[in-house]
Design a protein around this ligand. Structure first.
Ligand code: M6R
Length: 608
């Protein structure tokens, strides 16, 4: 998603810092980028190519200055063209960058056009820049505040103006923004990673905050009604890392992240000594016994983690569990139950739909909130009473992999905790499950060793345009996740079904041209799954089966079987999904796709 970097300094040219920041934000996905500085006038360079090309352009045009703003854009309003790339200027007076969407920009645009403004882009951002100019009467902070009082929508912005060229005004509403505090210089960014090495002192702005940055000082104001009141925000010491950006021996971040899963799961489990509510926060011991229902809310891969865990919550903890797609839940009329534990799941903790759904649940009176998240400082974590931070480390590939398996690890811990509170977990069971959990990293390593066998299959997928994924029970969400991975990075149309549904429609698709990927653990549904596989075979479908070794399944003419190293019972989804990640990765590789930055997608979806 879009990225913001801004800096004002008294001691150096900040253009290299801005470019470096943009490079670190590249992984989030973008289709254009740009930098604007004050250098005896507003100067900018913009590009629809990569940041590396923008850097060349900047060198060629000798762009430098002690104050500037920079942006990576993921198009919402207006195509990815140079004219739509940020920074946007309002005449030669205001420069502005913006993450998010201004919902009422059309009416403001019409109003400004009536005053004679001629726009040079199709963006909502340029409208905001001109609105700030329209509100400017000698005080940039006041102009931004007045402009923000006029707009509806989500934004993270950074603005400067020619009349006061060492001052940057930033604001946040629904889009992440941090201030970095330096020595005689001040920074802002949409992610601390952009500023790694520049400072370890960060202030996380809250929704409704506006801040004014000068090299030696900053002031923060919060929105109260239509007024802005001065407010203090904590300066936190955060070691921002950029070394996650190193690829090491891997070809892509996605591959690196798939192979990091044993370590990520082990790290996630490291702090857990025993099954106790305390691992979810101080208030958990008080909240959990009052819970008689779970509502899980998430998007994409995180939603499939939620779906998987529903099977655990109901079977092991005996708690009814509903799973909702965040963008649907936030807009539908539902029946709230205050004894519900609302669990939001998110890798980034900034996904706009999930964050809004969490706030919606709270507004409905459900305040027992828990977030499972990979980013401790994220908005979702701050909005929830309880949280569990997965330790996947920074995930850069747009296709989520290690975030998913660490989410499952966290959700299994939550299942055991609630089962224990409900008197459904004996000490013996607890020991057994914990032993199994601690062995998962090793078991995942054995699955990763199947990579050469999986590569052997991928040439037969690469020329296909459609694929079907089948699973049953708790492995149905795993089939869904496998299909999502394949379509996301290989652009092959893939659909997943619970195998029992085949004969109710999708069987009509099956012929020799469509690969049917099947997740086949040796569980109580295996015999039924075998019948479903027969249905495919009878229609000359080509089956690619990941089967537990103790199923006894072996390859024959139209059935290709890769055997899983071990049957892992309740935790089997964590192992099976790894094979599907590898299948998607290597298929996309053969098709020559940009695996880490698939078309049309962004890493973190901070707009609706
Ligand atoms: O950061 P989140 O977990 O909230 O993101 C949710 C989805 O946008 C994300 O999982 C998306 O589906 C991934 N690209 C899937 O690989």
């Amino acid at each position: 998603m879009c990225g913001i970097v801004a800096a004002t300094s008294r001691k150096r040219d900040i253009v290299p810092l801005l470019v470096q920041g943009l490079k670190r934000l590249e992984y989030r996905g973008y289709d254009s980028c740009g930098v604007a500085v004050w250098d005896n006038g507003l100067k900018r360079a913009r590009s629809v190519a990569r940041v590396a090309e923008l850097e060349e352009q900047i060198q060629h045009e000798h762009l430098h200055g002690e104050m500037g703003i920079a942006h990576t854009r993921w198009a919402t309003h207006g195509e990815p063209l140079v004219c739509n790339a940020h920074p946007h200027f309002a005449g030669d007076e205001i420069a502005l960058i913006h993450n998010g969407i201004i919902e009422n920009y059309e009416e403001i645009r019409a109003e400004l056009q009536a005053k004679g403004v001629e726009f040079s882009s199709q963006t909502d951002t340029e409208v905001l820049a001109y609105l700030v100019r329209d509100c400017y009467h000698g005080d940039l902070l006041k102009a931004v505040e007045d402009a923000l009082n006029r707009v509806r929508g989500a934004y993270g912005i950074a603005v400067f103006c020619k009349q006061d060229p060492s001052r940057i005004v930033v604001a946040r509403q629904g889009s992440p923004l941090v201030i970095g505090v330096g020595e005689n210089e001040m920074f802002a960014a949409s992610d601390t990673m952009a500023l790694a090495g520049e400072t370890n002192n960060f202030i996380y702005l809250e929704d409704g905050d506006v801040a004014e940055l000068l090299p030696e000082s900053y002031k923060i104001f919060k929105h109260v009604g239509t007024e802005f009141e001065a407010v203090e925000r904590e300066v936190r010491e955060v070691q921002a890392f950029s070394n996650a950006v190193e690829l090491g021996p891997y070809r892509h971040y996605m591959q690196k992240e798939i192979f990091e899963q044993p370590r990520a799961i082990a790290d996630t489990l490291e702090a857990v000594r025993e099954i106790t509510p305390a691992i979810f926060g101080e208030e958990a011991a008080e909240i959990f016994p009052e819970v008689d229902r779970i509502l899980m809310i998430a998007c994409g891969t995180s939603y499939y983690a939620a779906m998987t865990s529903k099977y655990w919550f109901e079977a092991i903890a005996g708690i009814p569990c509903d799973v909702e797609i965040a963008s649907e839940y936030r807009y539908r009329k539902s029946v709230p139950n205050p004894r519900t534990l609302v669990v939001t799941i998110s890798q980034s903790g900034e996904t706009a739909d999930t964050l809004a759904a969490l706030k919606h649940a709270r507004e409905l009176g459900m305040d027992k909130t828990l977030t499972v998240c990979n980013v401790a400082t994220s908005a979702m974590v701050r909005e929830s009473r309880l949280h569990f931070i997965t330790r996947a480390g920074v995930e850069i590939g747009v296709a989520s992999t290690k975030a998913f398996t660490t989410q499952l690890t966290a959700l299994f811990l939550l299942t055991l905790t609630l089962a224990k509170i409900n008197g459904r977990l004996t000490a013996e069971d607890e020991n057994l499950y914990m032993t199994q959990l601690r062995h998962v990293p090793k078991a995942v390593s054995s699955v990763l060793a199947l990579e050469p066998l999986i590569i052997g299959w991928t040439s037969r997928f690469a020329d296909k345009e459609h694929a079907l994924f089948l699973g049953r029970g708790i492995h149905y969400p795993i089939a869904l996740e496998g299909a999502l991975k394949l379509k996301e990075i290989s652009y092959i149309h893939a659909e997943a079904y619970p195998a029992g549904e085949l004969k109710h429609g999708p069987l009509a698709l099956v012929d020799e041209s469509i690969p049917v990927v099947t997740v086949a653990p040796n569980d109580q549904l295996f015999e039924k799954l075998k019948s479903n596989m027969k249905e495919v075979e009878a229609r000359r479908g080509e089956l690619y089966v990941f089967a537990d070794s103790d199923t006894g399944l072996s390859s024959s003419e139209h059935i290709h079987v890769i055997r899983m190293p071990e049957n892992y019972g309740a935790l089997s989804p964590i192992l099976h999904v790894v094979t599907l990640q590898l299948l998607a990765y290597h298929t996309a590789l053969i098709r020559g796709n940009d695996v880490d930055k698939p078309r049309n997608l962004a890493k973190s979806v901070t707009v609706e």
